[in-house]
Design a protein around this ligand. Sequence first.
Ligand SMILES: Nc1ncnc2c1ncn2[C@@H]1O[C@H](COP(=O)(O)OP(=O)(O)OP(=O)(O)O)[C@@H](O)[C@H]1O
Ligand SMILES: Nc1nc2c(ncn2[C@@H]2O[C@H](CO)[C@@H](O)[C@H]2O)c(=O)[nH]1
Length: 435
Amino acid sequence: MKFPGKRKSKHYFPVSLRDPLLLQQAQPDNEASPSWVVGIDQTLVDIEARVDDAFVERYGLSLGHSLVIEDDVAEALYQELVRENLITHQFAGGTIGNTMHNYSVLADDRSVLLGVMCNNITPGSYAYRYLGNTSSRTDLNYLQGVDGAIGRCFTLISEQGERTFAISPGHMNQLRPESIPEAVIAGASALVLTSYLVRCKPGEPMPQATMTAIGYAKKHNVPVVLTLGTKYVIADNPQWWRDFLKEHVSILAMNEEEALALTGESDPLLASNKALDWVDLVLCTAGPVGLYMAGYTEEEAKRKTQHPLLPGAIAEFNQYEFSRVMRLQDCQQPLRIFSHIAPYMGGPEKIMNTNGAGDGALAALLHDITANNYHRSNVPNSSKHKFNWLTYSSLAQVCKYANRVSYQVLNQHSPRLTRGLPEREDSLEEAYWER
Ligand SMILES: Nc1ncnc2c1ncn2[C@@H]1O[C@H](COP(=O)(O)OP(=O)(O)OP(=O)(O)O)[C@@H](O)[C@H]1O
Ligand SMILES: Nc1nc2c(ncn2[C@@H]2O[C@H](CO)[C@@H](O)[C@H]2O)c(=O)[nH]1
């Protein structure tokens, strides 16, 4: 496990030099990592192409969104992309697959991906590419075999950099409940899901597999993380999702559009505050506005920020952003805390597309949560674990890290990180953030 705060010399919660954990890190890595995250996804390869708006319309798609298409439409669309030579990239995708991969790259540690994989894989096939483009730290040993194709996600980028997804599902929703390994979920720091998992045809087993996994997570007190794939899945039935969050989910990741569909609030801060009625921790990305986080801390252990207090719909909302996050169920006297950060260095000079920037932010948050568990299991008597915290770092620090990872994804123009972040960066110094 690489620690999230290690890149920065001035970490808000410094790990003391005598920390046995740091000494241990100098030793060769143990194969079997004690800390991991597990996620369920629809196994998808992204087929990225540059198209005009007429193309999107012609195939009955909706600009900026993700829709499922029938096989004949997929075939016609694919043939046109090939004929017109429009395909720019073919790469492993899927919102949770990306998040598991990115987590493994950031933490240099194990994630487990649950989903389907073709029983027969030939070199050059989509399944082959999928495996080849996934971090060797992502454990794929629990994938369930299927006799058929994995899914394809046509990622259509407009001239303005907006992306539209057309999903050709193949067998991606054939994951069965009996393929969910209880022990893998029981030992995980988090179970990571997407709202896309319920978008299936009647009779497909994926939703049931997801509910089985949630059942195990609850049984073993593992936080369930849900990322809201697209506002349309939410807008179909917002109340159903609110109830779902309240009953099953601990950590919610969304962008401002999904936040609006879910809560009716267009202000990401108010939407995040509203979502705290249902979950313990919220990550709300807001494109060029940056990102917001909202969570709970223990009143007795709250910490005042050293950053300027920010105005907003909740006055001075970032007052206690230097506090660490706790699950509501673990708080004696819960206090709501909030933080906001503008895009790292104002964002890259040129953004080709924002695909995966939000997934990147979530991977950073998962890294911080897992690092906390790793630290707790190695140094249980550390003062860092006097309370049962959810995160290793303060809310403000998690925001910085998440934001930095989003920038990296934007800058490399692809949702899967090709390498980890630099160990030390001068640009993480405060002055640099205000460019
Ligand atoms: N136009 C932009 N300028 C600067 N930063 C940006 C821009 N768009 C996105 N970002 C950065 O990326 C982060 C996440 O962006 P965004 O809200 O677009 O994610 P998203 O819609 O969830 O993406 P995806 O669903 O593709 O993962 C933002 O918090 C911000 O730091
Ligand atoms: N699991 C899943 N991922 C999707 C879907 N639509 C788009 N994505 C992924 O979302 C990622 C970007 O956030 C892309 O890499 C896409 O593969 C979907 O319906 N299901």
